[in-house]
Design a protein around this ligand. Structure first.
Ligand code: HEC
Length: 163
């Protein structure tokens, strides 16, 4: 129970921080109004929901058809310290959505772009905005290196049953 309480507290803090920092007005009313500010709508026209926004695309991100067990093991460790406080590996929501099935919902490029730099995509991706309305927390940037991110992606693939 204590642990759950601590997580709740952490979530609240993260929420307050995200409202206070960054000066992003959208954080203040996203829960109640559900209306995207005009600036977001304009940006969204050039947004590719399959790739997300960031430096990773189908050309520079090499994904094998089989699992790289070493990378997955490294990714499992990193997520244990940086992600597990908000994400379960099942379908169940904690602070953020459960990870089960995430590699079928999203492309590898989308996941890499999002987890290395969530902010621009939280502002533009309609599905992330829908999650934000449920979770009420903006996922904080976890300062992942490209390698960290790639290893976590491999762990997600393993978690979704890839061998
Ligand atoms: C403070 C809580 C928190 C932490 C820590 C966190 N996330 Fe998130 N994450 C969220 C929330 C909340 C969302 C839903 C989108 C939003 O509201 O920003 C999300 C969404 C996601 C998604 C999209 C899921 C989907 O189904 O589309 C991925 C992928 C993800 N997070 C990966 C990570 C990774 C990888 C880490 C660790 C490096 C991490 N998250 C750490 C809160 C967190």
């Amino acid at each position: 129970m204590k642990k759950i309480f601590a997580m709740g507290l952490f979530a609240c803090m993260a929420f307050l921080l995200s409202c206070g920092g960054g000066g992003d007005k959208s954080s203040n009313n996203e829960a109640s109004s559900g209306e995207a500010p005009k600036s977001m709508v304009a940006d969204a026209s050039s947004y590719d929901p399959k790739r997300g926004e960031g430096k990773f695309d189908a050309d520079n991100l090499k994904i094998e058809a089989t699992l790289n067990a070493e990378m997955a093991a490294s990714g499992e460790k990193i997520q244990g310290t940086k992600c597990a406080s908000c994400h379960k590996t099942t379908e169940e929501k904690l602070v953020g959505p459960g990870w089960k099935g995430v590699t079928t919902r999203r492309t590898p490029q989308w996941i890499m772009n999002f987890i290395t730099n969530p902010d621009p995509m939280i502002d533009k991706d309609p599905e992330v905005q829908a999650q934000l309305e449920i979770c009420l927390v903006r996922m904080p940037n976890q300062s992942l290196t490209d390698d960290d991110a790639r290893h976590i992606l491999e762990f997600m693939r393993k978690n979704d049953g890839l061998k």
